[in-house]
Write a protein that binds this ligand. Sequence first.
Ligand SMILES: [Mg+2]
Length: 396
Amino acid sequence: MRTILHIDLDAFYAAVEQRDDPKLRGKPVLVGGSIKRGVVASCSYEARVFGIKSAMPMAEAMRRCPQAIVVPVQMERYVEASQIFFAILGDFSPEVEGLSLDEAFLDCTGTERLLGEPETIARTIKQRVTAETQLVASVGVAPIKFAAKIASDIDKPDGLRIVTPENLLPFLHGLPVTRLWGVGEATRAALASMGLETIGQVARYPEQALVGKLGAITGHHLAALARGEDSRSVEAERDAVTIGHRETFEHDLDDKGELAITLLSQADRVAVRLRAAELRARTVTLYIKYDDFRQISRRTTLVQATSDGGVLARTAIELLAKVPIEARRGCRVRLCGISAENLEARDAPRQLGFDEARREKGERLGNALDRVTAKFGKGLIKRAVHLPDSDDEPGD
Ligand SMILES: [Mg+2]
């Protein structure tokens, strides 16, 4: 049995702003772009009371809470806090897997003699984060990643939840199925039509019947999670190998649609190189450099490693949606790029997941594109969105 911690800073950007400006403390604070066109990048707990969430349009957030205070994103400060945060985590284990600036998995298996019980480690991490960054971390501890992530979220803010191996199933079984990794609205509705609303009900349902209703991949996947089986290990990035593509624009861009089209073509190029190297990527990172040379990156780790340009593009465009971009100085984009990280060999054994059929189709299509490109040269084949007068929405 492993001991896995998931550590997540509470309302990260907003908390940094409240820390640095006492006038913001105790108030609904929205971090993000312009009130007219921007989205909420982060919001304080005082704002969440009004139903405001990250990625909500700023205009909608202001309708819900007109007295909210809007402050711009100050990425350098968040990066600075993040570096301290990760330095603290590194003191507890070499096995740190960063998921974003303020979120990480940590594997502490076998460190009890050195560092104490998991609860002691979790409390010490919380204390050090508060002492050294004046921010608050929520921590979940569990024998599997999937449960550790839920555990850190469930008592937020300032949460601490320990799920012991003996408590794993009772903990999971009381939760709604939407807590299962990968269950979106469609699968939730399908499960509801079978009378399954909690993870426990999924665990007790005959697996073959689940497979009959949801297909082999989803059925077996959900049954395994509901039994508390998640074999993913904490993967520290020791030798971060990446394949990426970036470009600097002649003119700064402030239109997400135009950027999305660029990402689509960059994703295709990255995918070609992945397939040529017989690799798949599990993590997609979006890089943005603003016209004032401020740089940010956003990353997502996929459920399934991929070499499909369509998946890479969709993921990058989803990340782009949460990035503030506007027509004013400091918020226009000078460079954007995408990189594929967390690479694995294409024939590496993989956990089965969702979208298997679509993934295979996307990769086969990619292989076919590569062959045609090799034969006839680049520029002949482009995704439909690159053609003039296309009705396709990038990112759909
Ligand atoms: Mg967080």
